[in-house]
Design a protein around this ligand. Sequence first.
Ligand SMILES: [Zn+2]
Ligand SMILES: [Zn+2]
Length: 366
Amino acid sequence: MKAVAVYPAARTVKVIDIDEPRLISPTQVKLRILEVGVCGTDKEICAWEYGTPPAGKDHFVLGHESLGEVVEVGSAVEDLRPGDLVVSTVRLPCIDPACTPCRAGHYDFCMTGKYSEHGIKDLDGFMTELVIEERHNLHPVPRELRDVAVLVEPLTIAEKSLIEIREIQDRLPWGGGRHRAVVLGSGPVGLLGAMALVNAGFETYVYSRAPKPNAKAAVAEAVGARYISSEQTPIEQMAEQVGNIDLIYEAAGAPQFAFEVLKHLGSNGIYVFTGVPRGQAPVEFDTERIMYNMVLKNQVVLGVVNAGPQAFDNAVRDIGVFAARWPQALRAIITGRFPLEAFHDPVMGKAGGIKNVIEIAQAVRL
Ligand SMILES: [Zn+2]
Ligand SMILES: [Zn+2]
């Protein structure tokens, strides 16, 4: 069967033939991969910024944002049947007995750095026809979400953030009130984040470079967020327009911009970083205002790497909510579907649009 394979040492990405995998334990499930989303992580792997093959191999299969269909289950798997749709977890825990978060099932908080990730670090990914996965790494998806469920994995970033944000806001004993959120960036992580924040009751603004009209702004506004172009509206003016910013959800990966906006976080505000900057030159930066505000305004700044099982379950639930509430806007995030052999344009960054997807198989209704 075919797979998109990355050879880091040889700096090659190509379609190869690999053997069909087989179930080797009763708790495993065999999946036919239907779709795999492409994101900045895949592009960075194929620009040789990171990505490591499993031990002893010179290559690994790319792809971590999956949607699969069950084709066979091990004898101990009682709650999945052939034909069911599932999304796989990306990260698996490290094996260090002293890693308390991994041992408690919170591998997204792993402390050893020895976790593995499908299609990224020490594990094959999903850009292939069939894969084997342990049942406990799979999250069932209702069949009616077939055409949007590939967005579950990128939504887990916002879902994990919301879990963290609620914990932090709950420390304020008066709770509730009107909460204003600013999303930085309007890629898939930003737009899915805006949907999650609107859905959670935040008055939501998306602050991103391109002036209106554009396809990303249209998605943001279709879900009830306000879109502000950073090219047309300087940060000070944006902050004035919003009022007290209770939450900034950073999904742009641009450090200087991110820290400039941090200066405008409001009282008791929370700042969530989700972007991973790469190869930016150091810049001079006035840190006084940030430190001053953080202390006098009781601010919290946190980073969020996706994602644990709870965030996956919440993402499956909320993709269903979004599909009912904003069917067109949700579908508009997926702007291109490509066959596996045509991986080059979406993965090497030549294809534009918002979210591109590698379409591997059609679902078979059993
Ligand atoms: Zn991704
Ligand atoms: Zn660990």
